[in-house]
Design a binder for this molecule. Sequence first.
Ligand SMILES: [Zn+2]
Length: 272
Amino acid sequence: MRYAIVNGTKTEATKGLKGICPSCRSELIAKCGERKINHWAHIGVRSCDPWWEPETEWHRTWKSNYPVEWQEVFLTDEETDEKHIADIRTSHNLVVEFQHSYLDKAERTSRERFYKNMVWIVDGTRLKRDYPRFLKGRENFRNTNMRGIFKVDLIEEVFPENWLTSSVPVIFDFKVLGTIDNINDFRNLLYCLIPVRIGRYAILAEIPRKAFINASIDGSWSLRVQEFIENLTQPKPERQNQIPEPQVQVRKNEPSHYFDPRKNKFIKKRRL
Ligand SMILES: [Zn+2]
């Protein structure tokens, strides 16, 4: 973990320091070596949270976009008493989970059930083939009438299979830290798989990194995703619903126009 409680304050690990786990209240020791990033460790057990994964610089860089109070938040399911540590939980109750290692579908599903309002940020560079496969798949993205939104056929040829049936947005991050200087490189953007399908097409949104971070901080992210999905999936209003109710009018003169329901508009009467 990045933080332990030391003298009542969330504190990062420094050599020789001892702290308390905010979840299970047991003692934690600071691990500050060459091989792994500085972190806090439980004594004798890997972590009190079985969902915890050892962190990398990638995790830490992402977490640092958010206030300390939102990082490593302990959440309890009041019905089952199950406890887990959310990587980020914002003041708007959005959970952001950063996932580097492989997660099978069953595990992924149980985390989505626990956190509910959440978004995954997936390290898209876990396997060597992941980015080349994405680049190849990208050639077949179809533009839509919305900028940065694509329809994608054969999504299984673009992303790892275990993420395709997620019930929440999954954002793929292909940027290996500190390696991209070209501002036009695709990897500066994030690729969000929207949890909806239109026919055989998956829907993918290309999002500037900063735009996602801002929307997750200011609370607009969840609402925007929800509205976007509703717009995509709601049937367009039937034409006949747009025809105005006939109005009863008493008119001295004959009306100059009549309503043509097939054309859905008023047509000027021709003089005989
Ligand atoms: Zn613990």
